[in-house]
Write a protein that binds this ligand. Structure first.
Ligand SMILES: Cc1cc2nc3c(=O)[nH]c(=O)nc-3n(C[C@H](O)[C@H](O)[C@H](O)COP(=O)(O)OP(=O)(O)OC[C@H]3O[C@@H](n4cnc5c(N)ncnc54)[C@H](O)[C@@H]3O)c2cc1C
Length: 329
């Protein structure tokens, strides 16, 4: 499959990039590592007139620790850089664990954290070639007006299928977004819409520039568990991240659990925090969190695995992730 025609724009600064976005929106799309966007363009899911290749913006390639505040990760930092960072492993382990499961080593060398956060949602009826989609009458996410997953419904249920955002939610990450009016900060928990065909609150003349991890979340133990079809290289069909902190007596001081791969957005399991805080970690407490996570998960037939199985795996993984994060396994 060949790429559709486009004009490549290569800004060297955030200001230049914002200028291009404003001048050409909505006919322009950002490309970072291109590991997801290029295959999608070949499938004619996107046919932008302009591609904004942001890889020349060097200031977005660094991980920087800001004492007293936290850590700033540029949108162009590759997943393998995060995976190999001893600092991230020590301070924000859950992020390192999630990133290390993305795709394959070669794709992690190309793929960026910004691209992972802004990843398109996925569905069995959407991530297909033009011919395949045409033969099914298309779908509401692209070129059609019916949903094959929830017939009669008007909402797109394509599943958010990136790994790192579940970990970033556990770390209370914030995003820096640049646009024509300058920069703004937004908690990651407010970035996603839970609507498959309009997944994030990012205007078409804005770009994600940095991710901030607060210092108060450093040092939490963390685990990420993931269900995928091909163990060596695949998107999550269910993913759970857990991060927790215990005191010297083994009592949980604070905890976060988040899920991905099942709903149109990655989501924090809000009640998990209250279910675990102040308790000794044991099988029962972890099982309660498993039930809470399964309640939040709403998988539909967006993949080859059944919704029932994916929800059950969320329950199982949430329990395992909490136990793993509590014992450093
Ligand atoms: C075979 C295969 C397996 C994969 N498996 C996984 C997996 O297991 N888990 C997983 O999470 N992902 C997986 N991916 C998807 C992808 O490799 C990763 O999500 C990667 O991190 C995407 O980053 P990128 O820089 O390549 O993004 P790109 O492909 O360049 O962009 C992805 C999307 O993000 C937008 N975007 C990129 N950067 C910005 C920015 N700074 N601001 C605003 N918008 C931006 C683009 O416009 C595009 O819509 C897989 C891909 C393939 C081909």
């Amino acid at each position: 499959m060949s790429l559709p025609p486009f004009k490549l724009l290569r800004p060297r600064s955030i200001e230049d990039a914002a200028g291009y976005l404003s001048a050409h929106a909505p006919d322009i799309q950002i490309i970072a590592g291109g590991t997801d966007l290029l295959p999608s363009m070949k499938q004619r899911l996107f046919t932008p007139k302009y591609l904004l290749d942001i890889r020349g913006i060097d200031e977005l390639r660094t991980i920087r620790s800001i004492p007293g505040h936290g850590t700033e990760i540029g949108a162009l930092v590759t997943l393998s850089t995060i995976e190999d960072s001893e600092f991230i492993r020590r301070s924000y382990r859950v992020l390192r664990e999630a990133v290390a499961t993305v795709a394959s080593p070669i794709l992690r060398n190309m793929g960026t954290i910004g691209g992972n956060i802004c990843l398109d949602t996925r569905c069995l009826w959407y991530n297909q070639s033009l011919t395949w989609r045409k033969s099914c009458g298309f779908c509401i996410k692209k070129d059609g007006d019916l949903c094959h997953v929830a017939p009669g419904g008007k909402k797109c249920w394509a599943a958010f299928s990136a790994d790192s955002p579940a970990a970033l939610l556990c770390l209370e990450a914030e995003l820096e977004i640049a646009g024509p009016a300058g920069k703004r900060r937004l908690p990651l928990s407010e970035f996603y819409t839970n609507i498959g065909d309009a997944r994030m609150k990012l205007a078409n003349n804005e770009m994600l520039t940095r991710v901030f991890l607060p210092e108060r979340m450093a040092g939490y133990d963390g685990v990420y568990q993931k269900l995928r079809l091909r163990g060596s290289i695949d998107y999550p069909l269910a993913g759970v991240a857990a991060a927790l902190k215990k005191n010297a007596q083994g009592i949980i001081e604070d905890a976060r659990v988040a899920i991905t791969g099942v709903n149109p957005a990655p989501l924090l399991v809000n009640e998990a925090r209250h279910a675990l805080a102040g308790k000794m970690l044991n099988d029962h407490a972890a099982a309660v969190v498993g039930e809470l996570a399964a309640k939040v998960a709403k998988p539909l037939t967006t993949s080859l695995l059944t919704p029932e199985y994916r929800r059950e795996m969320i329950r199982v993984f949430a329990k395992r992730a909490v136990l793993g994060a509590g014992t450093g396994v």
